[in-house]
Design a protein around this ligand. Structure first.
Ligand code: ADP
Length: 705
């Protein structure tokens, strides 16, 4: 218990968070009590803190094994930002740098040391480790240890061999976000961990909104989508290099700040694009699935899949790169049936044999089924991973279907009969051209303008009709054949429609073109963050996460004490960046919300944080004794604003608190009547209607009720 209280103190001091998340506390408790553990938490679940906090409390060093060399610098920089001494050893360092670091470690200057497991194969390094006091070994991305994992690395097996050779065994913590039942059992076996020391917090990511868009004109969708998200960081995944380049060029032409990444680019160029994205110099990254592993950028607000991914694992991993900071983020998948072919082709061309190959086809089928399911999308994914998800998320496109279904039976019949009359010999473009009555040369050449279905849908544009045909494919009425020029074939389902036995309904297509409201406080904070980050050449999210900026923009702290209450503002960052952010925030004081301004904690299951709880009551007592706000502030060494907040809180909770001393009745009535007139959403309009001498503090005080 004492240990966990100490751990909580460290969490607040260094990271600025008031409480542990689900799983974190149990894992940390186990580690501090010397029990080896396995933690399975989703991306963004907060795995790093599970070993970073014990590292601070345990003697000696914590060795962190991670396969992602590119992430190590970032992680060490992030720890440096909050004041925790850490370092890494990997192949990017010069010999001299390495020697320097080794001696720092030896001298006890580092609490955490990040290495790749391959280093455990160097005899000289093992000898070096022998002389150190290692209290904890944290194995990040631990699924790499299992042959069943999607990313097995033989070097990971070296870890357990090394651990077994040690005379004094450190505690071991294995962490991963992706563990199927098989992987988990494998890990337990390798590390000898009992069931009761395995902590699984579930795969759900509450802040992700899954959207599925079928049968839309993809490019137009992207255009509009991006237009409404001017400053937001996002990744667009496409399945081929060619498509990535095409999208990149088109977005670039529109003057957007865009980068691209695929395996065919030179290493240096790729790195350049990646750095620009991480440092918020570009906002959009168009990429193949080669991009993302080893990227820790926490403020990715959307991940848009331009094409169908190969399976749900890949999809969840890629989409899951959105919203690592816990802020609401979108994962959009643009589905067209044609993409199934591309993925089948990849499987076909792969080196996989026999059962593994058919397994991949099956997985692809389940990916396609995701695009057809009517159930909650988040739930579908969780069930795929064997997670129990009883409730629908209420946020995905399936949960939020407008309910408006348009009957498209007649139009579908026209498409089907056109296909039938042309004996299913043509692809989407020709079918659409026949139906809209196109004058195209090819149509005439094949006498297709003589067909009775020619011009049957002349009130449609070719583009819209092609999108409708895509929709019919997505709903499995039509099956594109597998060739480089796919022709369309009718499925049995379509025949029922043709006979009039079944009807076709289409949901209103969601294009999400409602312009998003810009939050000018957030934007100003973002600019401030970027300037501070650029000056130090670090990624902006290392200064503060989007989530922290969002809280600032909602609660507008204007003193250091208030800023310290924002989740994510620890001691070192408060000192380092506090004044810069306050300067920005103070210019928005009139937007400060009235009433209880305490920022909410990270999770709804808030526990009372020890000690500080009754702080505001002390203010109330002093106030009752007749001290002024200024006097109380001086006496308690708080800002006047904090004292005022205490009183507002007390007033909300206890009406008998006498306000008279602070705001007299006359002023109070005046404020109340203006507030009734102009509303209480913002303070400025109220202030403008009142005499000069009424202060913002007084208004806030009265409205606090
Ligand atoms: P993971 O490694 O599981 O993907 P991280 O360790 O990168 O996740 O944490 C994701 C985000 O959540 C980070 O911004 C981190 O600072 C934040 N976080 C972690 N623990 C807490 C907590 N107890 N309260 C609030 N935020 C937290």
């Amino acid at each position: 218990m004492v240990k966990i209280l100490q751990a909580e103190e460290q969490l607040k001091h260094y990271f600025g968070y008031s409480q542990f998340r689900e799983g974190q506390q149990q894992i940390i408790e186990q580690i501090l009590n010397g029990h080896d553990s396995i933690g399975i938490m989703p991306t963004g679940g907060g795995k790093s803190i599970c070993y970073q906090i014990p590292a601070l409390l345990l003697p000696g060093i914590t060795l962190v094994l991670s396969p992602l060399i590119s992430l190590m610098k970032d992680q060490v920089d992030a720890l440096g930002e909050v004041g925790i001494p850490a370092t890494f050893l990997n192949s990017t360092l010069s010999k001299q740098e390495e020697l320097q670091r080794l001696s720092q470690i030896k001298e006890g200057q580092c609490k955490l040391v990040y290495i790749a497991p391959e280093r455990l194969e160097q005899h000289s390094f093992l000898t070096f480790l022998d002389e150190l006091e290692i209290s904890l070994v944290a194995i990040d991305e631990a699924h790499c240890m299992s042959q069943w994992g999607h990313d097995f690395r033989p070097s990971y097996l070296r870890i357990s061999t090394w651990l077994n050779q040690l005379s004094i065994k450190p505690s071991v913590l294995a962490l991963t976000a992706t563990a199927t039942e098989d992987v988990r059992r494998d890990l337990q076996q390798h590390l000898n961990v009992n069931d009761e020391n395995v902590f699984i917090t579930g795969f759900g990511r509450e802040n992700l909104m899954f959207q599925l868009v079928k049968g839309a004109d993809k490019w137009r969708y992207v255009e509009r989508y991006i237009q409404n998200r001017a400053n937001e960081a996002g990744i667009i995944y496409a399945s081929t290099r060619k498509e990535v380049e095409l999208l990149y060029e088109r977005l670039n032409k529109k003057g957007l700040r865009v980068g691209m990444y695929h395996g065919g680019m030179g290493e240096q160029l790729r790195q350049k694009h990646q750095d620009a994205f991480i440092h918020d110099k570009t906002t959009i990254m168009v990429a193949t699935n080669a991009f993302g592993m080893g990227i820790d950028k926490s403020n990715v607000r959307f991940v848009l899949h331009y094409n169908l991914p190969k399976n749900i694992e890949a999809y969840y991993q890629e989409a899951g790169r959105a919203g690592r900071d816990g802020e609401v983020s979108e994962c959009v998948l643009l589905f067209s049936a044609q993409d199934i072919r591309t993925q089948s082709f990849f499987i076909d061309q792969s080196d996989l044999q026999g059962e593994r190959k058919s397994q991949e086809y099956e997985k692809l089928q389940q990916m396609v089924a995701y695009c057809h399911t009517e159930m909650c999308l988040q739930q579908y994914i969780l069930r795929y991973f064997g997670d129990v998800a009883d409730e629908s998320c209420g946020k995905c496109s399936n949960c939020n279907r407008s309910g408006e279904k348009i009957n498209r039976t007649k139009e579908a019949q026209m498409v089907f009969s056109c296909m039938k009359r042309t004996r299913e010999r043509f692809g989407k473009t020709i079918v659409a051209q026949i139906l809209i009555g196109s004058e195209n040369q090819k149509i005439k050449q094949f006498d297709l303008n003589q067909l009775p279905t020619y011009g049957l849908m002349k009130n449609w544009t070719q583009k819209n009709l092609a999108a409708f045909i895509d929709y019919l494919s997505a709903e499995q009425y039509i099956k594109p054949t597998g060739s480089s020029y796919p022709t369309l074939q009718l499925t049995e389902k379509a025949l029922f429609v043709l006979k009039g036995d079944e009807e076709v309904f289409q949901n209103e297509i969601q294009t999400d073109d409602a312009p998003k409201q810009q939050d000018d406080v957030f934007e100003a904070l973002r600019v401030c963050r970027k300037e501070l980050a650029d000056a130090q050449n670090i990624p902006p999210y290392l200064v503060f996460s989007d989530k922290t900026l969002r809280q600032m923009s909602q609660f507008i702290p204007i003193t250091l004490e208030e800023l310290n209450e924002i989740q994510g503002v620890g001691e070192q960052k408060l000192q380092k960046y506090g004044e810069s952010f306050l300067t920005v925030l103070q210019t928005f004081e009139e937007k400060k919300p009235a009433g209880d301004i305490r920022p909410p904690l990270d999770t709804p299951k808030a526990k009372s944080s020890s000690g500080k709880k009754g702080s505001y009551l002390e203010t109330v007592t002093l106030f009752g004794e007749g001290l002024s706000v200024t006097d109380i502030a001086k006496k308690r060494q708080f800002s006047e604003q904090t004292i005022l907040n205490h009183l507002i809180k007390a007033y909300q909770e206890d009406e008998s608190l006498n306000l008279q001393q602070y705001v007299n009745d006359e002023k109070r009535h005046l404020i109340e009547s203006v507030a009734n007139e102009v509303g209480t959403e913002f303070l400025r309009p109220i202030k403008e209607q009142l005499p000069e001498e009424v202060t913002y503090q007084e208004i806030r005080f009265v409205l606090g009720k």
